[in-house]
Design a protein around this ligand. Structure first.
Ligand SMILES: [Fe+2]
Length: 405
């Protein structure tokens, strides 16, 4: 019984270690770095080693108790035993202390996850979701036999077209029914079959968008810029054009070259500036904000000259929602997180490169005057997605009250 309790404590402690490791990874290693290689990258190795050493410290105490119990009473009071006591109990106490802390973190993680699951997904007012469509291109290889045996499936070629309506109180009548397609984090690379990108383009065009918005991270490597412009951008068609912002990976791969290759094919970049979508005399501003790691987000410049009214905002990183300082965005479109890319049953997304960890991993979120949608994006690095399909997000704007969609 005591041993069972002890192993349960150990299991929770290991879970707590995992949570602390994820905290360090999400917030420091992936969540805030200007250069491609994070200065915090060594923490990826150091943190688990330190955590496991801390967790294993309780063993000396465990072994010392066993050792003492095995001895005759008379033998217990010997210089040898006392020597062992000093060293072992000190480490043992530290280990037991850490075991309690880590187990508390593990239990908190489980309780918090149950609370979030019980509450259901965040559903801001003014949005309506329709059942998504699924287009399966081909089966993708999944590494590790044990993962396959567990029933895991690599989703990289299973495109999900999500469908949302967004209700805006004071949307000009002319924009009622306006159609927006949003593609992000394409990470175009040769390892992915070209047919996949052709299908993404075909499915986006099939939605017959009024405007196509691109959320950045078009490539991971410089050498794939021409391929990206050719396979992705060339075929996209929208009445009011294609607008884009850059992502951190575009900057790392070569921001100027990404911009050039895409601009030559008619993509308009809105980086810290706005453009205006028009329907007759009605106008709908479209605001683009630079990326937060490597770019220079300038919200004052981006929103300069805009009157208070409906507007669409495009930026790469969802963390920017916390810097909007009361500015209005009726639909802010972001990517970057890949929805966590590998999701676990029960826990969902665990690795999310954000200061807010899993909070903005995907879907709709409202903070003050901003309604944000975070797409899971198209690509994946490495090309492995589990329980997290690539996404073409589509939106239809509706004039109407948030309270009565
Ligand atoms: Fe990104």
């Amino acid at each position: 019984m005591l041993r069972f309790f002890f192993f349960l404590l150990l299991a929770f402690a290991l879970l707590g270690d995992a949570r602390i490791f994820l905290f360090v990874m999400n917030r420091l290693v992936f969540g805030s770095h200007r250069h491609e290689k994070s200065p915090w990258a060594p923490l990826m190795w150091i943190t688990p080693i330190v955590l496991l050493i801390l967790t294993s410290l309780f063993w000396p105490l465990h072994r010392w108790i066993d050792w003492m119990l095995r001895r005759e009473v008379i033998d217990r009071v010997t210089p040898e035993a006392i020597e062992r006591v000093d060293w072992d109990t000190m480490l043992g106490k530290a280990g037991l202390g850490w075991l309690m802390i880590a187990a508390a973190v593990g239990v908190y993680w489980i309780v918090e996850t149950i609370r979030i699951r019980a509450k259901g997904e965040e559903r801001p007012q003014g949005v309506r979701d329709h059942p998504p469509e699924l287009v399966t291109i081909r089966r993708a290889h999944i590494p590790f036999g044990w993962l396959r045996r567990l029933g895991a499936h690599n989703d990289v070629y299973d495109i999900e077209i999500t469908k949302h309506e967004v209700f805006v109180d004071d949307l000009p009548e002319a924009f009622d029914g306006y159609r927006i397609a949003f593609l992000t984090d394409t990470h175009v690379a040769r390892v992915i079959r070209p047919h996949f990108y052709e299908e993404v383009v075909a499915q986006t065009n099939r939605f017959e968008p009024d405007v196509i918005l691109l959320g950045g991270d078009f490539v991971t490597w410089h050498r794939h810029i021409p391929l990206m412009a050719e396979t992705l951008v060339a075929g996209l068609v929208a009445r009011d054009g294609i607008f884009a912002v850059l992502g951190n990976h575009d900057y790392w791969a070569g921001g100027a070259d990404v911009r050039k290759a895409m601009s030559e094919r008619g993509v308009q970049f809105i980086i810290n500036r706005s453009a205006v979508l028009r329907r007759g005399s009605a106008e709908l501003p479209l605001v683009g904000i630079d990326e937060v790691y490597r770019g220079e987000p300038d919200l004052d410049a981006a929103f300069a000259g805009l009157r208070w009214g409906p507007r669409i905002v495009l930026t790469h990183h969802p963390d920017l929602i916390m810097d909007m300082a009361g500015r209005r965005a009726d639909l802010m479109l972001c990517g970057h997180t890949h929805g966590g890319q590998i999701r676990f049953p029960f826990f969902g997304a665990v690795v999310v490169p954000s200061r807010y960890e899993t909070r903005f991993a995907s879907g709709f979120h409202r903070v003050n005057n901003v309604l944000m949608y975070v797409s899971r994006g198209i690509g994946a690095i490495p090309p492995l997605r589990i329980l997290c399909r690539p996404e073409i997000a589509t939106f239809v704007l509706r004039q109407g009250g948030r309270t009565k969609p």
